[in-house]
Ligand binder design. Structure first.
Ligand code: NAP
Length: 294
């Protein structure tokens, strides 16, 4: 069994991007600038946005954090998005999800200029991804592809089972694993909460990508020997014995499933760090495209 070490690979990618930024600076060029909009004070969202901003600073990007109160109206948020769309200094930006209930998420995703949509959530970018056109691939699926690529995990002709069909992970992942190319060329089964006899399907899988957010969901008896396991799940489990009051866990019973797996991602230290690294990669791409347009 080999650990797919997302932390290590993410650090390699960040070092590659930092070297690119140094070259940009040496050439007297503008460095990439990422902005993030955070609405409200959700603890997990604050942590995610905080680490995105810190990562930008470490690799030499400019970053801007726009914090808006929980009571922000849809109109106020759309106005802020328009400002970022028009701000020529900003190459890409994200709107951290989830949003408070008074705001329609779909309207927000549609309002982001696709050229600055480094999360790859805009329908235009999602459509391009589905059609194998060059675009921004959502950071988590992009990170999983990169991890499979760097560890040279064979995906061709394999049966990949994706658990979860969200727009940000499961759905794009199922499309990408089935595309022509590497990583890809898999035969994909997309499963969700209405799937019957899910164990019957997962025991036939060569590769399982689990993105449902249920701790310990995937158990050893649900997988076959030598399976490749990508655990996307991140759940905060309350634990008063820990200083921060919780611990982080994935969807997979790591202790037992790892004994049967050929490759497996840990949680934390697997897909999570890759997501941030690929957001930075998308921002670098946004800067390059921005420069080519101007
Ligand atoms: P989501 O929008 O809540 O979607 C969960 C999906 O799982 C849904 O499609 C749901 O089915 C399915 N599901 C729920 N219970 C199920 C069950 N018992 N059996 C089979 N399928 C089931 O979740 P998400 O945003 O994709 O996130 C999933 C997990 O990944 C969460 O823990 C999240 O924190 C984590 N995450 C991690 C990263 C990272 O960087 N590592 C990034 C994003 C998300 P229905 O469609 O039928 O409801």
């Amino acid at each position: 069994m080999e650990i797919l070490d997302g932390k290590k690979v993410a650090n390699e990618i960040k070092a590659e991007i930092a070297a690119e930024v140094d070259l940009m600076k040496a050439r007297g060029e503008k460095v990439p600038h990422l902005a993030a909009i955070l609405v409200g004070t959700d603890g997990a969202s604050l942590t995610y946005v905080g680490s995105k901003v810190r990562s930008c600073q470490r690799i030499g990007f400019e970053s801007t954090l726009v914090q808006m109160p929980n009571t922000t109206s849809e109109i106020e948020l759309l106005k802020k998005i328009e400002e970022l769309n028009e701000n020529d200094d900003i190459d890409g930006f994200i709107v951290q999800l989830p949003l408070p209930p008074q705001i329609d998420e779909q309207k927000v995703l549609l309002a982001v200029n696709p050229d600055k949509d480094v999360d790859g959530f805009h329908p235009m970018n999602f459509g391009k991804m589905a059609l194998d056109m060059s675009t921004f691939i959502p950071a988590t699926p992009f990170g999983i592809l990169e991890l499979l690529d760097r560890y040279k995990v064979d995906t061709q002709g394999k049966h990949t089972v994706v658990i979860g069909r969200s727009h940000i992970v499961g759905r794009p992942m199922s499309i990408l694993m089935g595309r022509k190319g590497f990583p890809g060329n898999s035969t994909v089964t997309l499963t969700h909460s209405r799937t019957k006899n899910i164990s019957q399907i997962t025991t036939q899988a060569d590769i399982i990508i689990s993105a449902l957010g249920v701790p310990g969901f995937l158990k050893a008896e649900m997988v076959k020997d030598d399976v490749v396991i990508i655990d996307v799940g991140i759940t905060r489990v309350p634990d008063e014995t820990r200083e921060r009051g919780y611990y982080i866990t994935g969807d997979v019973d790591f202790e037992n499933v790892s004994k049967k797996a050929s490759y497996i991602t840990p949680v934390p230290g697997g897909v999570g760090p890759m997501t941030i690294a690929m957001l930075l990669k998308n921002t670098l791409l946004a800067r390059e495209r921005h420069r080519a347009r101007s």
